[in-house]
Design a protein around this ligand. Structure first.
Ligand code: IMP
Length: 423
């Protein structure tokens, strides 16, 4: 039963898009298991840059079935636009399958996301403002509206009315906004229903049958370990579980199917939004990482915060996900630096931390302890095998694998599909 999980080992933006694209080529199913259109990945195919926020990258391969699992939240307008964009570029999105149990992002979720961020002021999370948090809030409050509700118009209208009765009170009385109209929302969404119906399925059953037949399933996480609502830097997290456990829940398959859990980590680290970041470089080196690495968000265009690779956080990701292999991305960006650092532990007033601190206050005022490497001063973007990499690069990679106690399976040395080294 060969299923592989690919997930972010950092705060998202690790380059998972190109990694899943790499694995998708050999997969029968590629499943998004959580999140919504807060994610974004760009895949470079020949001279085309394809930016996807919801549809799994498996859509690019004609033999692969892309699946949006029940753990996701779906903005149907965005989904249909993405399908149209693909069709316009000659990529057939008709194999897509959407879980009937996935929750819908409604217009009031987007509005409430904005209002809550405004209300939090300097304590804001820095969300993508796509309505993700409020949609998951309703899911867990059991007042959410699911994809399957779209196909029972009377029930759908009734659910929107019940939901709006409460949301409009919050919007008008607490946030001083104009309320939304239930009939307008229902009309808009029921029009999407017609187009979505052919793609909606019992995706857990589909995957079960596939696994029984020995088909290969790739489970693709969005965001990253440190943005996990349980295991991340709460409250500066997303509202779902990008970690490996979330893959099982969000796809609806059991743990026995999982063969490999691949953690994707950049050779440095970045985060968007607010929240603690021990190795953040608020200096010229940080600016160079941002510019050389093109660290601007695919979804929001926001400038990412950058810093040196953090092995305390990486060891944590290995642990909470049970990572079996690492996939290191953007190693070529470090070729531009004379000195390269990697945090191996943190020092704080209450002592040294080799493990990710239980008390998150420590993350704000700890001092990273760095191992320093001399830069390799060579262009590695043409390397295609481990032996093509200079000894100093191999030494650097060996250090990461030893410290993380996890083998490195692959390293990317440039944005093209071919710029990859299998270790
Ligand atoms: P939300 O997911 O829009 O609620 O945002 C919550 C936090 O997760 C914010 O700090 C966002 O910047 C961050 N976030 C959400 N999606 C991504 C992503 O795909 N990459 C990186 N950060 C993300």
């Amino acid at each position: 039963m060969p299923a592989t999980i690919v997930l972010g080992a950092q705060w998202g933006d690790e380059g998972k898009g190109r990694v899943t694209d790499f694995f998708a080529e050999d997969s029968d199913f590629v499943v998004r298991y959580q999140g919504g259109n807060n994610a974004g990945h760009t895949i470079i195919v020949g001279d085309q840059r394809i930016a996807l926020s919801l549809i799994p990258s498996g859509v690019l391969y004609p033999d692969c079935t892309p699946v949006i699992g029940s753990g996701c939240v779906i903005d149907p307008k965005v989904l249909l636009e993405e399908m149209d964009m693909l069709a316009g570029r000659g990529i057939d999105p008709s194999r897509l399958r959407i879980s009937a149990n996935a929750h819908l992002i409604m217009p009031y979720h987007r509005k409430l996301d904005l209002m809550l961020e405004r209300h939090l002021g300097s304590n804001r999370i820095g969300t993508t403002k796509r309505g993700i948090g409020p949609a998951y809030t309703d899911k867990f409050a059991r007042t959410g509206i699911r994809v399957q509700d779209l196909f029972d118009p009377d029930i759908f209208r009734a659910k929107v009315e019940v939901a709006l009765d409460e949301k409009n009170r919050v919007l008008t009385r607490i946030y001083n906004q104009i309320g939304l109209k239930a009939a307008e929302i229902a009309d808009e969404y029921l029009a999407y229903a017609e187009r979505l119906l052919p793609y909606v399925a019992d995706t857990a059953l589909l995957l079960w049958e596939g696994l029984e037949e020995g088909k290969k399933v790739l489970l693709e996480g969005a965001q990253g370990t440190l943005l996990d609502v349980d295991h991340g830097t709460y409250p500066f997290v997303t509202s779902s579980n990008p970690t490996a456990g979330g893959a099982l829940i969000g796809a609806g398959i059991g743990p026995g199917a999982i063969e490999e859990v691949v953690g994707v980590t950049k050779a440095y680290i970045s985060r968007v939004g607010t929240g603690p970041f021990p190795t953040e470089l608020d200096d010229e080196t940080g600016d160079r990482l941002i510019e050389l690495g093109g660290e601007y968000g695919t979804v929001t265009g926001r400038r990412r915060r950058c810093g040196w690779l953090d092995l305390v956080a990486l060891r944590y990701a290995v642990r909470v996900n049970g990572l079996t292999k690492l996939f290191i991305t953007k190693l070529d960006i470090l070729s531009n630096f004379q000195t390269i650092k990697v945090a191996v532990s943190y020092e704080s007033d209450d002592g040294a931390h080799v493990e990710f601190p239980r008390q998150h206050r420590v993350l704000y005022n700890c001092r990273p302890v760095y191992a320093t490497f001399e830069g390799w001063g060579a262009d590695i973007s043409a390397a295609r095998s481990y032996d093509d990499l200079p000894a100093s690069v191999q030494n650097y990679l060996g250090f990461i694998a030893d410290e993380a106690k996890t083998p490195i399976g692959w390293v990317s040395v440039g944005p093209e599909r071919s710029q990859l080294v299998t270790v």
